[in-house]
Ligand binder design. Structure first.
Ligand SMILES: [Zn+2]
Length: 120
């Protein structure tokens, strides 16, 4: 299962103030982002590995645009959007706990006490 199966993808535009490094003028630019919203439920046919990855997945935005063209008619140069992040997580929850919180029903508890101990 690919990571894209965990998310609903949509391209969005966010108005962002950017300052051109060449002329120093600031304008609002419609910066394009790819929005990946985590699905409510995992699609059918997911393996336990998929479930684990899905549990850790978070909704996020990835910036599509790296460059914009200056809106100053006398400048018009292209410059890099360096001032802000390329990935933004939408739900800043606490870090996912390592390992499973819930053991699937019917799975016998493993007798690897040492291993659990080392995990902490
Ligand atoms: Zn400029």
């Amino acid at each position: 299962m690919r990571e894209s199966d965990f998310f609903d993808e949509k391209d969005v535009r966010k108005p962002t103030s950017l300052t051109c490094p060449f002329c120093g003028r600031t304008f609002q630019y419609e910066v394009r982002w790819r929005q990946r919203l985590k699905k409510k439920t995992l699609p059918g046919g997911a393996s336990s590995e998929d479930r684990r990855r899905f549990g850790k997945a978070q909704s996020y935005l990835v910036r599509i645009d790296d460059m914009v063209g200056c809106q100053n008619g006398r400048c018009r140069r292209r410059f890099e959007i360096a001032s802000f992040q390329t990935v933004v997580f939408l739900s800043e929850s606490e870090p996912a706990p390592d390992g499973n919180r819930k053991r699937p029903a019917g799975t016998p508890a493993r007798r690897s006490r040492n291993r659990n101990h080392r995990r902490r």
